[in-house]
Design a protein around this ligand. Structure first.
Ligand SMILES: [Zn+2]
Length: 467
Protein backbone atom coordinates (compact mmCIF):
# COMPACT_ATOMS: atom_id res chain seq x y z
CA UNK A 1 0.00 0.00 0.00
CA UNK A 2 2.00 2.91 -1.26
CA UNK A 3 0.54 6.41 -1.05
CA UNK A 4 1.80 9.60 -2.65
CA UNK A 5 -0.11 12.74 -1.74
CA UNK A 6 -0.04 15.35 -4.48
CA UNK A 7 -1.99 17.89 -2.53
CA UNK A 8 -3.71 18.31 0.82
CA UNK A 9 -0.43 17.23 2.42
CA UNK A 10 0.67 20.13 4.57
CA UNK A 11 -2.15 22.22 3.10
CA UNK A 12 -5.95 22.18 2.89
CA UNK A 13 -6.48 22.31 -0.87
CA UNK A 14 -5.55 20.31 -3.96
CA UNK A 15 -6.58 16.92 -2.50
CA UNK A 16 -5.19 14.16 -4.72
CA UNK A 17 -3.80 10.90 -3.41
CA UNK A 18 -2.06 8.38 -5.66
CA UNK A 19 -2.32 4.79 -4.42
CA UNK A 20 -0.44 1.73 -5.57
CA UNK A 21 -2.38 -1.15 -4.18
CA UNK A 22 -2.20 -4.82 -5.12
CA UNK A 23 -1.50 -4.18 -8.80
CA UNK A 24 -3.87 -1.23 -9.12
CA UNK A 25 -2.91 2.40 -9.59
CA UNK A 26 -5.69 4.53 -8.19
CA UNK A 27 -6.13 8.24 -7.69
CA UNK A 28 -8.36 9.28 -4.80
CA UNK A 29 -9.73 12.76 -5.63
CA UNK A 30 -8.11 15.25 -8.00
CA UNK A 31 -8.68 18.64 -6.43
CA UNK A 32 -7.70 22.17 -7.30
CA UNK A 33 -5.14 24.13 -5.29
CA UNK A 34 -6.84 27.29 -4.05
CA UNK A 35 -5.43 30.26 -2.20
CA UNK A 36 -2.69 32.76 -3.01
CA UNK A 37 -0.98 32.96 -6.40
CA UNK A 38 1.88 30.70 -5.37
CA UNK A 39 -0.51 27.97 -4.19
CA UNK A 40 -2.61 28.21 -7.36
CA UNK A 41 0.54 27.99 -9.47
CA UNK A 42 0.82 24.38 -8.28
CA UNK A 43 -2.19 23.51 -10.47
CA UNK A 44 0.09 23.90 -13.49
CA UNK A 45 2.69 21.39 -12.28
CA UNK A 46 2.76 18.00 -14.02
CA UNK A 47 1.40 14.98 -12.16
CA UNK A 48 4.25 12.77 -10.88
CA UNK A 49 2.65 9.73 -12.55
CA UNK A 50 1.50 8.77 -16.03
CA UNK A 51 -2.15 9.89 -16.24
CA UNK A 52 -2.88 7.24 -18.87
CA UNK A 53 -1.45 4.56 -16.55
CA UNK A 54 -4.06 5.03 -13.82
CA UNK A 55 -6.61 2.23 -13.51
CA UNK A 56 -9.31 4.45 -12.02
CA UNK A 57 -10.11 7.61 -10.11
CA UNK A 58 -12.29 7.46 -7.00
CA UNK A 59 -13.99 10.64 -5.76
CA UNK A 60 -14.92 11.21 -2.11
CA UNK A 61 -17.06 14.31 -2.78
CA UNK A 62 -17.64 17.20 -5.18
CA UNK A 63 -15.94 20.18 -3.52
CA UNK A 64 -13.62 22.00 -5.96
CA UNK A 65 -10.57 21.24 -3.82
CA UNK A 66 -11.32 17.52 -4.41
CA UNK A 67 -12.41 17.49 -8.09
CA UNK A 68 -11.06 20.70 -9.67
CA UNK A 69 -8.07 19.18 -11.50
CA UNK A 70 -10.04 16.37 -13.18
CA UNK A 71 -10.15 18.17 -16.57
CA UNK A 72 -6.34 18.40 -16.45
CA UNK A 73 -6.17 14.65 -15.90
CA UNK A 74 -8.15 14.16 -19.10
CA UNK A 75 -5.97 16.63 -20.99
CA UNK A 76 -2.92 14.67 -19.91
CA UNK A 77 -4.21 11.37 -21.24
CA UNK A 78 -6.41 9.72 -18.60
CA UNK A 79 -9.36 7.87 -20.17
CA UNK A 80 -10.27 5.45 -17.37
CA UNK A 81 -13.36 5.40 -15.17
CA UNK A 82 -14.06 8.01 -12.46
CA UNK A 83 -16.11 6.31 -9.76
CA UNK A 84 -18.33 8.28 -7.38
CA UNK A 85 -21.81 8.37 -5.85
CA UNK A 86 -24.68 9.65 -8.05
CA UNK A 87 -25.05 12.99 -6.20
CA UNK A 88 -21.28 13.55 -6.39
CA UNK A 89 -21.42 13.07 -10.16
CA UNK A 90 -24.21 15.64 -10.44
CA UNK A 91 -22.50 18.19 -8.20
CA UNK A 92 -19.11 17.63 -9.85
CA UNK A 93 -20.57 18.62 -13.22
CA UNK A 94 -21.94 21.84 -11.69
CA UNK A 95 -18.68 22.63 -9.91
CA UNK A 96 -16.40 21.94 -12.90
CA UNK A 97 -18.51 23.95 -15.36
CA UNK A 98 -18.40 26.91 -12.99
CA UNK A 99 -14.67 26.48 -12.49
CA UNK A 100 -14.04 26.43 -16.26
CA UNK A 101 -16.07 29.60 -16.69
CA UNK A 102 -14.07 31.34 -13.94
CA UNK A 103 -10.80 30.18 -15.54
CA UNK A 104 -11.78 31.50 -18.95
CA UNK A 105 -13.25 34.77 -17.62
CA UNK A 106 -10.16 35.37 -15.48
CA UNK A 107 -7.93 34.77 -18.48
CA UNK A 108 -9.95 37.14 -20.70
CA UNK A 109 -9.80 39.90 -18.11
CA UNK A 110 -6.09 39.45 -17.44
CA UNK A 111 -5.44 39.55 -21.18
CA UNK A 112 -7.36 42.80 -21.55
CA UNK A 113 -5.31 44.43 -18.80
CA UNK A 114 -2.02 43.06 -20.14
CA UNK A 115 -2.74 44.29 -23.68
CA UNK A 116 -2.87 47.86 -22.43
CA UNK A 117 0.77 47.59 -21.38
CA UNK A 118 1.87 45.30 -24.21
CA UNK A 119 2.41 42.32 -21.88
CA UNK A 120 -0.15 39.88 -23.25
CA UNK A 121 2.47 37.16 -23.68
CA UNK A 122 2.95 36.96 -19.91
CA UNK A 123 -0.67 35.93 -19.26
CA UNK A 124 -0.91 32.18 -18.65
CA UNK A 125 -3.71 30.40 -20.56
CA UNK A 126 -6.75 29.16 -18.61
CA UNK A 127 -6.07 25.84 -16.86
CA UNK A 128 -8.98 24.35 -18.81
CA UNK A 129 -12.18 25.32 -20.55
CA UNK A 130 -15.74 24.02 -20.86
CA UNK A 131 -14.77 21.56 -23.61
CA UNK A 132 -12.24 19.92 -21.27
CA UNK A 133 -14.98 19.66 -18.66
CA UNK A 134 -17.41 18.07 -21.12
CA UNK A 135 -14.66 15.60 -22.08
CA UNK A 136 -13.82 14.51 -18.56
CA UNK A 137 -17.49 14.23 -17.57
CA UNK A 138 -17.86 11.40 -20.13
CA UNK A 139 -15.66 9.31 -17.80
CA UNK A 140 -17.91 9.66 -14.75
CA UNK A 141 -19.28 6.35 -13.41
CA UNK A 142 -21.80 7.18 -10.65
CA UNK A 143 -22.01 3.59 -9.41
CA UNK A 144 -20.79 3.98 -5.83
CA UNK A 145 -23.49 3.35 -3.22
CA UNK A 146 -22.98 3.42 0.53
CA UNK A 147 -22.20 -0.04 1.90
CA UNK A 148 -21.91 -1.71 -1.53
CA UNK A 149 -18.61 -3.11 -2.78
CA UNK A 150 -17.01 -2.30 -6.13
CA UNK A 151 -14.24 -4.60 -7.33
CA UNK A 152 -11.21 -3.23 -9.18
CA UNK A 153 -8.86 -6.12 -9.98
CA UNK A 154 -7.82 -7.52 -6.58
CA UNK A 155 -9.02 -4.41 -4.74
CA UNK A 156 -12.46 -4.17 -3.18
CA UNK A 157 -13.74 -0.64 -2.57
CA UNK A 158 -16.60 0.10 -0.21
CA UNK A 159 -17.90 3.68 0.12
CA UNK A 160 -19.49 4.69 3.42
CA UNK A 161 -21.32 7.84 4.49
CA UNK A 162 -18.96 10.71 5.41
CA UNK A 163 -21.67 13.20 6.45
CA UNK A 164 -19.74 16.16 4.98
CA UNK A 165 -21.80 17.31 1.98
CA UNK A 166 -24.41 15.72 -0.28
CA UNK A 167 -23.00 12.49 -1.73
CA UNK A 168 -19.79 12.52 0.33
CA UNK A 169 -18.17 9.18 1.09
CA UNK A 170 -15.16 7.74 2.81
CA UNK A 171 -13.62 4.67 1.23
CA UNK A 172 -12.70 1.29 2.69
CA UNK A 173 -10.18 -0.43 0.41
CA UNK A 174 -9.49 -4.12 0.94
CA UNK A 175 -6.75 -6.00 -0.85
CA UNK A 176 -4.16 -8.70 -0.20
CA UNK A 177 -1.95 -5.90 1.13
CA UNK A 178 -4.33 -5.03 3.94
CA UNK A 179 -7.24 -2.79 4.70
CA UNK A 180 -6.93 0.94 4.12
CA UNK A 181 -9.52 3.59 4.99
CA UNK A 182 -9.43 6.96 3.20
CA UNK A 183 -11.59 9.53 5.00
CA UNK A 184 -12.07 12.20 2.34
CA UNK A 185 -13.64 15.10 4.26
CA UNK A 186 -15.72 14.17 7.29
CA UNK A 187 -18.78 16.08 8.47
CA UNK A 188 -19.43 17.67 11.83
CA UNK A 189 -21.72 15.75 14.16
CA UNK A 190 -24.56 16.57 14.18
CA UNK A 191 -24.89 18.55 10.97
CA UNK A 192 -27.77 20.69 9.74
CA UNK A 193 -28.47 18.74 6.55
CA UNK A 194 -26.44 15.54 6.58
CA UNK A 195 -27.18 12.35 8.48
CA UNK A 196 -24.26 11.41 10.72
CA UNK A 197 -21.15 9.78 9.35
CA UNK A 198 -20.82 5.98 9.38
CA UNK A 199 -18.01 4.53 11.46
CA UNK A 200 -15.12 2.78 9.71
CA UNK A 201 -14.11 -0.82 10.47
CA UNK A 202 -10.86 -1.97 12.03
CA UNK A 203 -8.08 -1.36 9.52
CA UNK A 204 -4.35 -1.61 8.91
CA UNK A 205 -3.96 2.03 7.90
CA UNK A 206 -6.19 5.06 7.85
CA UNK A 207 -5.67 8.35 6.01
CA UNK A 208 -7.74 11.03 7.69
CA UNK A 209 -8.41 14.72 7.13
CA UNK A 210 -7.44 17.03 9.98
CA UNK A 211 -8.77 20.48 9.01
CA UNK A 212 -10.14 21.11 12.52
CA UNK A 213 -7.90 18.61 14.34
CA UNK A 214 -7.19 21.15 17.08
CA UNK A 215 -10.60 22.87 17.26
CA UNK A 216 -13.91 22.36 18.89
CA UNK A 217 -17.02 23.76 17.16
CA UNK A 218 -19.71 25.52 19.19
CA UNK A 219 -22.75 23.27 19.50
CA UNK A 220 -25.39 23.42 16.78
CA UNK A 221 -28.10 24.89 19.09
CA UNK A 222 -25.64 27.63 20.20
CA UNK A 223 -24.82 28.40 16.58
CA UNK A 224 -28.45 28.52 15.46
CA UNK A 225 -29.43 30.78 18.37
CA UNK A 226 -26.56 33.14 17.53
CA UNK A 227 -27.49 33.24 13.84
CA UNK A 228 -31.14 34.00 14.64
CA UNK A 229 -30.18 36.84 17.00
CA UNK A 230 -27.70 38.36 14.54
CA UNK A 231 -30.35 38.30 11.79
CA UNK A 232 -33.08 39.82 13.98
CA UNK A 233 -30.80 42.72 14.93
CA UNK A 234 -29.81 43.15 11.30
CA UNK A 235 -33.46 43.34 10.19
CA UNK A 236 -34.09 46.00 12.87
CA UNK A 237 -31.27 48.10 11.40
CA UNK A 238 -33.34 48.23 8.22
CA UNK A 239 -30.53 47.81 5.71
CA UNK A 240 -29.27 45.01 3.52
CA UNK A 241 -28.02 41.82 5.11
CA UNK A 242 -25.18 40.42 3.04
CA UNK A 243 -24.30 36.76 3.53
CA UNK A 244 -21.29 35.73 1.47
CA UNK A 245 -21.48 31.98 1.06
CA UNK A 246 -19.93 28.91 -0.45
CA UNK A 247 -22.09 27.33 -3.15
CA UNK A 248 -22.20 23.74 -1.98
CA UNK A 249 -23.69 22.80 1.39
CA UNK A 250 -23.30 26.22 3.09
CA UNK A 251 -25.86 27.94 0.83
CA UNK A 252 -28.33 25.08 1.28
CA UNK A 253 -27.77 25.13 5.05
CA UNK A 254 -28.56 28.86 5.14
CA UNK A 255 -31.64 28.57 2.91
CA UNK A 256 -32.96 25.76 5.11
CA UNK A 257 -32.29 27.69 8.32
CA UNK A 258 -33.88 30.90 6.95
CA UNK A 259 -36.89 28.88 5.84
CA UNK A 260 -37.27 27.41 9.33
CA UNK A 261 -36.74 30.71 11.18
CA UNK A 262 -39.40 32.45 9.09
CA UNK A 263 -41.90 29.57 9.28
CA UNK A 264 -41.57 29.49 13.07
CA UNK A 265 -42.00 33.27 13.28
CA UNK A 266 -38.50 33.72 14.72
CA UNK A 267 -37.49 36.06 11.91
CA UNK A 268 -39.62 38.61 9.99
CA UNK A 269 -40.39 37.53 6.43
CA UNK A 270 -37.95 39.83 4.68
CA UNK A 271 -37.08 39.15 1.03
CA UNK A 272 -34.27 36.64 0.48
CA UNK A 273 -32.28 36.99 -2.74
CA UNK A 274 -30.18 34.05 -3.84
CA UNK A 275 -27.69 35.86 -6.06
CA UNK A 276 -25.41 32.91 -6.86
CA UNK A 277 -26.18 30.91 -10.03
CA UNK A 278 -23.90 27.98 -9.20
CA UNK A 279 -25.36 27.73 -5.70
CA UNK A 280 -28.85 27.80 -7.19
CA UNK A 281 -27.96 24.91 -9.50
CA UNK A 282 -26.41 22.95 -6.63
CA UNK A 283 -29.57 23.53 -4.57
CA UNK A 284 -31.60 21.74 -7.27
CA UNK A 285 -29.34 18.69 -6.79
CA UNK A 286 -29.95 18.83 -3.03
CA UNK A 287 -33.69 18.81 -3.62
CA UNK A 288 -33.37 16.01 -6.18
CA UNK A 289 -31.41 13.80 -3.78
CA UNK A 290 -33.46 14.70 -0.72
CA UNK A 291 -33.58 11.04 0.36
CA UNK A 292 -29.83 11.28 1.09
CA UNK A 293 -30.34 14.12 3.58
CA UNK A 294 -31.57 14.04 7.18
CA UNK A 295 -34.94 12.27 7.44
CA UNK A 296 -36.89 15.45 8.23
CA UNK A 297 -35.65 17.09 5.01
CA UNK A 298 -36.38 13.99 2.97
CA UNK A 299 -39.88 13.90 4.45
CA UNK A 300 -40.51 17.57 3.58
CA UNK A 301 -39.42 17.01 -0.02
CA UNK A 302 -41.51 13.85 -0.23
CA UNK A 303 -44.53 15.89 0.89
CA UNK A 304 -43.90 18.42 -1.85
CA UNK A 305 -42.40 21.08 0.44
CA UNK A 306 -39.08 22.58 -0.55
CA UNK A 307 -36.95 23.07 2.59
CA UNK A 308 -34.53 25.26 0.60
CA UNK A 309 -37.18 27.75 -0.44
CA UNK A 310 -38.08 30.36 2.16
CA UNK A 311 -41.46 31.85 1.17
CA UNK A 312 -39.74 35.16 0.31
CA UNK A 313 -37.00 33.66 -1.89
CA UNK A 314 -36.08 35.26 -5.20
CA UNK A 315 -33.49 33.52 -7.35
CA UNK A 316 -31.41 36.11 -9.17
CA UNK A 317 -30.04 34.88 -12.48
CA UNK A 318 -28.50 37.54 -14.71
CA UNK A 319 -25.73 39.98 -13.75
CA UNK A 320 -28.14 42.82 -14.65
CA UNK A 321 -30.72 41.59 -12.13
CA UNK A 322 -27.94 41.36 -9.59
CA UNK A 323 -26.90 44.98 -10.25
CA UNK A 324 -30.53 46.08 -9.94
CA UNK A 325 -30.54 44.90 -6.33
CA UNK A 326 -28.34 47.91 -5.54
CA UNK A 327 -31.41 50.08 -6.04
CA UNK A 328 -33.67 47.89 -3.91
CA UNK A 329 -34.61 49.71 -0.70
CA UNK A 330 -35.32 48.22 2.70
CA UNK A 331 -34.20 45.17 4.60
CA UNK A 332 -33.39 42.14 2.50
CA UNK A 333 -31.10 39.17 2.85
CA UNK A 334 -28.70 38.64 -0.05
CA UNK A 335 -26.85 35.35 -0.37
CA UNK A 336 -24.01 35.70 -2.87
CA UNK A 337 -20.66 34.09 -3.60
CA UNK A 338 -17.95 33.79 -3.04
CA UNK A 339 -17.55 32.74 0.54
CA UNK A 340 -14.31 34.56 1.34
CA UNK A 341 -15.33 37.64 -0.67
CA UNK A 342 -12.35 37.23 -3.02
CA UNK A 343 -14.55 37.43 -6.13
CA UNK A 344 -18.08 36.94 -7.39
CA UNK A 345 -21.25 38.99 -7.11
CA UNK A 346 -20.85 39.66 -3.39
CA UNK A 347 -18.21 42.27 -4.33
CA UNK A 348 -20.54 44.76 -5.99
CA UNK A 349 -23.00 44.40 -3.11
CA UNK A 350 -20.19 45.16 -0.66
CA UNK A 351 -19.05 48.17 -2.68
CA UNK A 352 -22.58 49.61 -2.57
CA UNK A 353 -23.45 48.73 1.04
CA UNK A 354 -20.34 48.69 3.25
CA UNK A 355 -20.37 52.45 3.83
CA UNK A 356 -23.91 52.38 5.27
CA UNK A 357 -24.39 51.90 9.04
CA UNK A 358 -27.69 50.12 8.37
CA UNK A 359 -25.93 47.29 6.49
CA UNK A 360 -24.99 44.01 8.12
CA UNK A 361 -22.45 41.57 6.73
CA UNK A 362 -22.76 38.09 8.21
CA UNK A 363 -19.67 35.94 7.65
CA UNK A 364 -20.65 32.30 8.11
CA UNK A 365 -17.51 30.55 6.91
CA UNK A 366 -13.77 30.47 7.28
CA UNK A 367 -12.12 33.76 6.23
CA UNK A 368 -8.42 33.62 5.43
CA UNK A 369 -6.72 36.67 7.02
CA UNK A 370 -5.52 38.12 3.69
CA UNK A 371 -8.93 37.89 1.97
CA UNK A 372 -11.43 40.76 1.89
CA UNK A 373 -13.59 38.72 4.27
CA UNK A 374 -10.61 38.36 6.59
CA UNK A 375 -10.01 42.13 6.56
CA UNK A 376 -13.66 42.82 7.37
CA UNK A 377 -13.92 40.39 10.27
CA UNK A 378 -10.52 41.71 11.41
CA UNK A 379 -12.13 45.14 11.90
CA UNK A 380 -10.69 47.11 8.96
CA UNK A 381 -11.92 50.74 8.91
CA UNK A 382 -11.79 50.85 5.12
CA UNK A 383 -11.22 48.25 2.43
CA UNK A 384 -10.60 48.17 -1.29
CA UNK A 385 -13.44 46.61 -3.26
CA UNK A 386 -13.37 46.39 -7.08
CA UNK A 387 -10.67 49.05 -7.23
CA UNK A 388 -12.51 51.47 -4.95
CA UNK A 389 -11.65 52.36 -1.34
CA UNK A 390 -14.82 52.02 0.73
CA UNK A 391 -15.17 53.07 4.40
CA UNK A 392 -16.62 50.29 6.54
CA UNK A 393 -19.63 51.58 8.47
CA UNK A 394 -21.59 48.34 8.20
CA UNK A 395 -21.98 45.93 11.11
CA UNK A 396 -19.71 42.95 10.52
CA UNK A 397 -20.92 39.81 12.26
CA UNK A 398 -19.28 36.44 12.40
CA UNK A 399 -21.20 33.22 12.99
CA UNK A 400 -18.82 30.32 13.33
CA UNK A 401 -20.08 26.80 13.91
CA UNK A 402 -21.74 26.19 10.54
CA UNK A 403 -18.64 24.37 9.34
CA UNK A 404 -19.14 21.25 7.24
CA UNK A 405 -16.02 19.68 8.78
CA UNK A 406 -15.60 17.39 11.75
CA UNK A 407 -13.92 18.95 14.78
CA UNK A 408 -11.37 17.25 17.02
CA UNK A 409 -13.93 15.27 19.01
CA UNK A 410 -15.75 14.19 15.81
CA UNK A 411 -12.44 13.03 14.28
CA UNK A 412 -11.41 11.11 17.39
CA UNK A 413 -14.78 9.38 17.62
CA UNK A 414 -14.56 8.37 13.96
CA UNK A 415 -11.00 7.07 14.31
CA UNK A 416 -11.77 4.97 17.39
CA UNK A 417 -13.04 1.80 15.63
CA UNK A 418 -10.07 1.68 13.24
CA UNK A 419 -8.27 0.11 16.22
CA UNK A 420 -4.54 -0.24 15.97
CA UNK A 421 -4.32 1.19 12.43
CA UNK A 422 -1.47 3.50 11.63
CA UNK A 423 -3.03 6.97 11.26
CA UNK A 424 -1.83 9.23 8.46
CA UNK A 425 -2.97 12.85 8.52
CA UNK A 426 -3.80 14.96 5.46
CA UNK A 427 -5.84 18.07 4.68
CA UNK A 428 -4.68 20.36 7.47
CA UNK A 429 -2.33 23.26 8.11
CA UNK A 430 1.10 21.84 9.10
CA UNK A 431 0.94 22.99 12.74
CA UNK A 432 -2.60 21.62 13.12
CA UNK A 433 -1.54 18.22 11.76
CA UNK A 434 1.49 18.11 14.09
CA UNK A 435 -0.69 19.10 17.04
CA UNK A 436 -3.43 16.60 16.21
CA UNK A 437 -0.84 13.83 15.70
CA UNK A 438 0.42 14.59 19.23
CA UNK A 439 -3.13 14.42 20.61
CA UNK A 440 -3.63 11.00 18.97
CA UNK A 441 -0.23 9.75 20.14
CA UNK A 442 -1.09 10.78 23.69
CA UNK A 443 -4.23 8.66 23.34
CA UNK A 444 -2.13 5.67 22.37
CA UNK A 445 -2.43 5.85 18.56
CA UNK A 446 0.44 5.96 16.12
CA UNK A 447 -0.12 9.07 13.96
CA UNK A 448 1.84 11.26 11.61
CA UNK A 449 1.28 13.72 8.77
CA UNK A 450 1.66 12.44 5.20
CA UNK A 451 4.68 14.17 3.64
CA UNK A 452 3.83 16.13 0.49
CA UNK A 453 4.85 14.49 -2.76
CA UNK A 454 6.88 11.65 -1.15
CA UNK A 455 5.71 8.07 -1.44
CA UNK A 456 5.03 6.36 1.90
CA UNK A 457 4.44 2.70 2.65
CA UNK A 458 1.21 2.79 4.62
CA UNK A 459 1.83 -0.41 6.54
CA UNK A 460 3.72 -3.63 6.21
CA UNK A 461 0.36 -5.27 6.51
CA UNK A 462 -0.33 -8.95 6.54
CA UNK A 463 -2.89 -10.49 4.24
CA UNK A 464 -6.26 -9.66 5.82
CA UNK A 465 -8.62 -12.41 6.81
CA UNK A 466 -12.06 -12.19 5.17
CA UNK A 467 -13.70 -9.52 7.36
ZN1 LIG B 1 -14.98 19.20 1.29
Amino acid sequence: MRLTSLGAAGTVSGSAHHLQLDGQQLLIDCGLFQGDEQTEQRNREPFPFEAAGLNAVLLTHAHLDHVGRLPLLYRRGFRGPIYCTPPTARLTATVLRDSARLQVDGYTQALKLARRIGQERTVPPPLYDEQDVDDVLTLMRPVLHYGQTLTLGQVRVRPERAGHILGSAFLVLDSREGRLVMSGDLGRQPSVLQPGYSLPPEADAVVVESTYGLSRHPTLPQTLAQLAEVLRQAVRRGGKILMPCFAIERTQVLLYLLHGLMERGELPRVPVFLDAPMAARATLSYAEYGAELRPELGAMLQAGLDPFRPSTLHVVTTPLESQRLNRYDGPAIILAGNGMMTGGRILHHLRHQLWKPSTTVVAVGYQSPSSLGGQLVGGAAEVEVLGEVVPVKAHIERVSGLSAHADQADLQRWLEPTGPAQVWLVHGEPEVMQGFAAVLEAAGRSARPVPAGQPVELSGAAVPAER
